[in-house]
Design a protein around this ligand. Sequence first.
Ligand code: CP
Ligand code: NVA
Length: 302
Amino acid sequence: MPAKTRHFLSLNDLTADELRALIARAIELKRQHYAGEPNLFARGKTLAMIFDKSSTRTRVSFETGMAQAGGHAIFLSPRDTQLGRGEPIEDSARVLSRMVDAIMIRTFEQSALQTFAEYSRVPVINGLTDLLHPLQLLADLQTWTEHRGEVQGKTVLWLGDGNNMCHSYINAARLMDFKLRISCPAGYEPDQDIVQTAAEQIEMIPDPMQAAEGVDLVVTDVWASMGQEEEQALREKAFAHYQVDDKLMAQAAGDALFMHCLPAHRGEEVSASVIDHPDSVVWEEAENRLHSQKALLEYLLS
Ligand code: CP
Ligand code: NVA
């Protein structure tokens, strides 16, 4: 029997040591890239990427990362695959995984991703589901480490929707042992079962100004995620007091950073003054999607 295939469906598929090693490797791959040192770890390998939702960063970082590593990436949209015409997930997984070396999927249900992984011979990567967005955490943790060193013991504020990004922050808080304050309007809290897995690291503080006091990192995300477009107006009302603005950042520690997975809506979840301020590291955070996903690919393909 071949060794069990490693998947990356959640940050919880990694141990704390593996996550730390990936972040260190991402920093090293970034250095190599800037030094012009080629690293062809994916030579002859192909990554298939299934996107049931839109993407700029995830698609471009994976395609570019595979090209830089000497491999190839294939973009698959439901508009022109048989998966989009109802070919079962199980069959698609069996077929694709006999051709390619890894498969990334961005879709709605975490359970569809899990089913795909069960039938795949090669590593499956979560490119975002309604439940989780673990790839973004690799980039966020890399960015935070580059700017501030060890994240253990520090305090993060997650402000806004208890969504897929929030859930992945909860997983990261448990693995990396940082404190996570979560401030959400009533009815938009994260999944309680996920919160329970990191009960020691988490504090739920509904009042944003109180939650922001002295934190080292402020993170937010859109009020309406992909698939929730029809709730936009309702959510704008619910989240009106949950904007990251200058007043909120003034509550945080003097050297607090701001992050956002992007795309952002200036004037909704974040003010232009915050996202365009020097303490905002969103552009490096976006760039680090490339380096951290190369580290992940190197790990999964080896
Ligand atoms: N942050 C992120 O995943 O961006 P895309 O939706 O552009 O891939
Ligand atoms: N929470 C957002 C993240 C986008 C990268 C969404 O799911 O649309």
